[in-house]
Design a protein around this ligand. Structure first.
Ligand code: AMP
Ligand code: GLY
Length: 432
């Protein structure tokens, strides 16, 4: 089959790389892609949000399966548009993508279906006074969230009521987050360990990907600013089999059943961003797509014909025979440009990409080619990913950092502690 991947980051590189290994795939296109993806797919120069252009391209090239990476086109309704044109596409419809596109929708949905999530209240533009009264009666810290997509920047953790009030004021009165901030969610702050649980579903049946952990802050020990994600590993030992079963029972199954009951069955990859608390797992957010960098570590751990798995989910008849998990672990360390996540430098020559050892892949996030050189072209530049077949996490982490040592570009920054939380947990004396 001919496959089109939409997007241009590390997640899309991992999808392309894995789809290329599927026996059922004859050709992979990626739109718009990047310098690394260009080594494995034919690039198409259309933006991920150019839905008209993408429908026209997929129709003309008779694409059998389109896989969408980022959230914007999904929330804009790319899946509905492809379906209307008779094209098969992996991802949720616009109505189902509201689980990510509107935090107010997601919270109200979870309340309707008894899905565990932090306590909250939603306020619209004309309800600022009610928000102030609510915050005055609540115990800080509080979390203030813009309703719509805000490229990962719409969540403010407020230590004091004053900060929470200022955050709400900024969103509802000012224009800090544009249309995305016209409605806000204020919720209780939860303590615990975060984990990302992703599934692939046809709306009814689902197969799980190994639980993964992202590292959102820029600096070691979870200090510094929030970023798109500085690294990930899977499987995350914070989720054992018993907890995974509980997550399925209390979160995933009710989410899929709730979406079906409300007339918008969810097909595609559903990402549950969870906090594992003393009283069980709770949903902090849903995403309507693979995570980035989580995709770089969960997709390589899938065995079987990946394209067939996604195609069958998109067609509403999940083929579980195309699903198996590999025994082992995967670790991705993001190499970022100087300055990231604030203003960053680009155009720096990257060295060392040609001599990586087996078991390591450099997924490109923000790169471009210039003659024979690969240059940095984004905040997150590369995801150095080690896939340790049958290996434990400690050795996989070591392989990934050895590979990082081979790469250089001016101003390169990365975290030195990816996976450390897991090692601490694995080596802690059992409390059971
Ligand atoms: P979200 O986009 O809703 O996942 O929020 C981004 C990040 O903010 C999460 O990954 C958490 O680290 C943090 N966060 C969001 N909501 C909460 C909460 N209720 N309690 C504690 N941390 C939170
Ligand atoms: N890694 C977080 C996300 O993809 O949203």
């Amino acid at each position: 089959m001919k496959v089109l991947v939409v997007g241009s980051g590390g997640r899309e590189h991992a999808l392309v790389w894995r789809l290329r290994q599927s026996p059922s795939v004859s050709h992979v296109y990626c739109s718009p892609g990047n310098a690394g993806i260009a080594q494995q797919a034919e690039l198409v120069s259309l933006n991920a949000t150019d839905i008209d252009g993408l429908v026209a391209f997929a129709t003309q090239e008779r694409i059998d399966l389109t896989v969408v990476g980022p959230e914007q086109p999904l929330v804009m309704g790319i899946v509905d548009r492809f379906a209307a044109a008779g094209l098969t596409i992996f991802g949720p419809t616009q109505a189902a993508a509201r689980l990510e596109g509107s935090k107010a929708f997601a919270k109200e949905f979870m309340q309707r279906h008894n899905i565990p999530t932090p306590r909250y209240k939603t306020f619209r533009k004309n309800q600022r006074d009610a928000a102030v009264r609510f915050i005055d009666g609540a115990a800080p810290p509080l979390v203030v969230k813009a309703d719509g997509l805000a490229a990962g920047k719409g969540v403010l953790i407020c230590e004091t009521r004053e900060d929470a009030n200022a955050a709400v004021r900024g969103m509802l009165q000012g224009n800090a987050f544009g249309a995305a901030g016209q409605t806000v969610v204020v919720e209780e702050f939860l303590h615990g360990e975060e984990v990302s649980v992703l599934i692939i579903t046809d709306g009814t049946r689902a197969v799980p990907l190994p639980p993964a952990q992202d590292h959102k802050r820029a600096l070691d020990d979870d200090r510094g600013k929030n970023t798109g994600g500085m690294g990930a590993y899977a499987p995350a030992p914070v989720v054992d089999d018993a907890l995974l079963n509980r997550i399925h029972r209390e979160i995933i199954e009710p989410t899929l059943a709730g979406m079906r009951a409300e007339g918008s069955p969810y097909r595609g990859c559903l990402y549950c961003g969870l906090m594992v608390t003393d009283s069980g797992p709770k949903v902090l957010e849903y995403n309507c797509r693979f995570g980035d960098p989580e995709a770089q570590v969960v997709v390589p751990l899938l065995d079987g014909d990946f394209a067939r798995l996604l195609l069958s989910a998109a067609q509403g008849a999940l083929d579980e025979s195309a699903y198996a998990l590999r025994d082992g672990s995967a670790v991705c360390i993001v190499l970022a440009s100087a300055g990231y996540p604030d203003e960053y430098t680009t155009g720096k020559r990257i060295s060392g990409l040609d001599s990586l050892p087996p078991g390591v892949v450099a997924f490109h996030a923000g790169t471009k080619r210039s003659g024979n050189d690969i240059l940095t072209a984004g905040g997150r530049v590369l995801g150095m990913t080690a896939v340790g077949d049958g290996k434990d996490l400690a050795s996989t982490i070591e392989i990934a950092y050895d590979a990082v040592g081979m790469i250089a570009f001016e101003g390169m920054q990365y975290r030195r502690d990816i996976g450390r939380k897991a090692l601490r947990r694995l080596h802690a004396p059992s409390t059971q």
